[in-house]
Design a protein around this ligand. Sequence first.
Ligand code: FES
Ligand code: FES
Length: 164
Amino acid sequence: MSTQNTAASMQLNFTLNGQLLNMRVGPARRLLDILRLDQGLTGPKEGCSIGRCGACTVQLDGAAVPACLLLAYQVQGKEVSTVEGLSSQPVFQRVADSLIEHGALQCGYCIPGIATSLTAALTQKPHASAAELEQAMCGNLCRCTGYSGLQQVINDLASPDQHI
Ligand code: FES
Ligand code: FES
């Protein structure tokens, strides 16, 4: 559910997928609405709208966060990346290849969020253990797959000696 600009607008400056953006926006406009409705980026999905499902996950200064809970003023001066911007990164491509190889998706609605979370974790810690990757993904729900394929992806991406 989108929010309207109900408060006085602010000048918002932040970096989106490597490009500096300047816009006037209500300070309480959700980042998810800025991305999807204002910028036309469909990678971040709307699921629960309350920070529980992870479908809207983006990176904020490299950390995986739910865009449905972030308001415009909270991203002032920061760097936001969506799957559209991450997709050229080798770490992201490794994650995407593993998701495909292990058939870890069905409808795909959760996948941008999951790939964003795993990319953030592996960028911060390239030799993360399976347990650490599982922890990084704990905010991302999938209603389709039963997680067995995703577990294989985690073991595939984790350091070889640190599988579950
Ligand atoms: S839509 Fe943001 S966490 Fe579910
Ligand atoms: S593949 Fe459908 S929600 Fe995960």
